[in-house]
Design a protein around this ligand. Structure first.
Ligand code: G3P
Length: 223
């Protein structure tokens, strides 16, 4: 399973990349807005900077909702860097745009996916990635990870090549459960990635090893 970071924050992207386990980045308009970018040029420049930091796919979302607008925006985004993946919402014109980008060799990420039916449409349109939002499904009292498993089963059975990109990850357990359910990629906030590190027995065990190593060192000095 690949690890993407779900943020537009450059220092968090650098921190995750320096860990050596980062395969890509996803952003969305809300995450871009959080970074205080003020112009269209600023947005394009920000994506370029992300592509310079990370060697991997970087999802950049269109904000048009009509076919022509999405195609025009997507072409501009794709021209920034070969690693740009055009992120398109799961709406009627979005499906048409996904097909257009597929036919024109531009990678896509179909976003705002909340059902298996939507995931089938995205795959039929040739999306490179499909992004089910598991945290937001959990928020509405359904099990988001179950959807990952259902899509994985359908894609395997039907031979679809679209990669399942589990999005709206809220914690480390989501990442583990998505891996079990067959996600190809998890896109996560930095805290959830770092949450995978944590176990009290690791901390206790390391403290004991260091204590014993220090005792041994002290004895060596005396001898
Ligand atoms: O990639 C989509 C993701 O950013 C949505 O996450 O936490 O806003 O539901 P969240």
């Amino acid at each position: 399973m690949k690890f993407f970071i779900d943020t537009a924050n450059l220092s968090q992207i650098k921190e995750a990349y320096e860990l050596g386990i980062l395969d890509g980045v996803t952003t969305n308009p809300s995450l871009m807005a959080k970074e205080g970018i003020k112009s269209e040029e600023g947005v394009l420049k920000h994506y370029e900077t992300i592509c310079e930091i990370v060697d991997g796919d970087v999802s950049a979302e269109v904000i048009s909702t009509d076919f022509a607008g999405m195609v025009e925006e997507g072409k501009k985004l794709a021209a920034i860097h070969p690693n740009i993946v055009v992120k398109v919402p799961m709406i009627k014109d979005g499906v048409k745009a996904l097909k257009w980008f597929t036919d024109n060799g531009i990678k896509t990420n179909c976003t705002l996916v909340f059902s298996a039916g939507q995931a089938i449409l995205a795959a039929k349109a040739g999306a490179t990635y499909v992004s089910p939002f598991i945290g937001r499904i959990d928020d509405s009292s359904w099990d988001g990870v179950e959807l990952i498993g259902q899509i994985a089963q359908i894609y395997t059975l039907q031979g679809f090549n679209t990669q399942i990109l589990a999005a709206s990850i809220r914690n480390a357990l989501h990442i583990v459960r998505c891996a079990e359910a067959g996600a190809d990629v998890c896109t996560c906030p930095l805290d959830s990635i770092l949450g995978l590190l944590k176990h009290p027995l690791t901390d206790l065990g390391l403290a004991k090893f260091l204590e014993d190593a220090n005792k041994m060192k002290a004895q060596m000095t005396v001898a």
